[in-house]
Design a protein. Structure first.
Length: 294
């Protein structure tokens, strides 16, 4: 029977815990508490404290069609960016796992996109997808006006989605390739000896055994698409044109820091948090039972 280790010096243990608790309180619980306070209050026009208004901020937000448009755009953005990034990463991981010639090089190269900061990535894609510069300008010279995200909202939304998905391809690739390398080679070799080709082995053996990793990445990608898209949207489009790329997280920033509606922005942040929690619960409720853990 294995004996349980007991830490006898209680104060030393507390000394190790206190810095972490201070960080959590300072950067999570305190801002979250302030957001809840602001969401249920209204700042006086010329200062002098906040007035308790209950759910008035939430009612104003939920009856605003502009806010609901940002919700729909955020859901579409989450679905498209997650689908693109995970789909491309899965294909690349399956190909990299075959250890073709030069696999050490492209394994390393495919990881690099995730190391790029979101503002730098947004600036790079803003230049590459600009209608009058970069590689797209050549296409616009042949077909004038075929691509202009500065005036076309749909094209701007596509550009932002592609940029965000490109960043997360490298992140997803790391996890998928690691999971593929953890699959026993004996299973792959046995299937090959039975006459199964590479596509059949991928679909019938590798992909089912990847479902725990795929489920983890699905939850993480959808959550991050609601939270980490601000830098790319701010640099590439600033929410435009005509609010076509104004996602929920960017609307919180715009209303709070540019519109100076701190109470409304705080209420929006609470709604965003509840939406992310609801989506996570739905995924665990309806998708986890399809995951093959053994």
């Amino acid at each position: 029977m294995e004996k349980r280790a007991i830490f006898t010096n209680r104060w030393l243990g507390i000394a190790f815990i206190v810095p972490q608790l201070l960080l959590i309180f300072t950067f999570f619980y305190w801002p979250a508490g302030q957001a809840v306070f602001w969401a249920f209050t209204l700042q006086q026009p010329w200062g002098g404290g906040n007035e308790w208004v209950g759910f008035s901020n939430f009612v104003a937000i939920l009856t605003d069609h502009i806010y609901w448009n940002s919700v729909v755009r955020s859901l579409a953005f989450a679905a498209l960016s997650t689908g693109i990034s995970m789909g491309v990463a899965l294909v690349l991981a399956l190909l990299a796992d075959r250890e073709l010639g030069g696999h050490h090089i492209y394994r390393t190269v495919l990881v690099w996109p995730y190391a790029i900061a979101a503002p730098a990535l947004g600036l790079a894609f803003r230049f590459m997808l600009a209608p009058g510069a970069g590689m797209i300008s050549f296409v616009n010279h042949i077909w004038p006006g075929i691509w202009d995200p500065t005036i076309n909202g749909t094209e701007a939304f596509i550009a932002v989605t592609i940029a965000f998905a490109w960043k997360y391809i490298g992140y997803n690739f790391i996890f998928m390739l690691s999971a593929l390398q953890a699959i026993p080679h004996s299973l792959i070799e046995a299937a090959a000896m039975d006459g199964a080709g590479a596509p059949r082995r991928m679909w019938d053996i590798q992909v089912p055994l990847l479902t725990p990793t795929l489920f983890f990445l699905l939850v993480l990608n959808i959550t991050d698409s609601f939270q980490d898209s601000f830098g790319i949207v701010d640099i590439m489009t600033s929410g435009g044109p005509n609010r076509a790329t104004e996602l929920m997280v960017y609307k919180i920033y715009f209303d709070g820091f540019k519109g100076l509606d701190y109470s409304g922005a705080a209420a929006q942040s609470i709604i965003l948090m509840l939406l992310v929690i609801a989506l996570t619960v739905i995924q665990f409720r309806f998708l986890e039972n399809r995951v093959h853990y053994k």
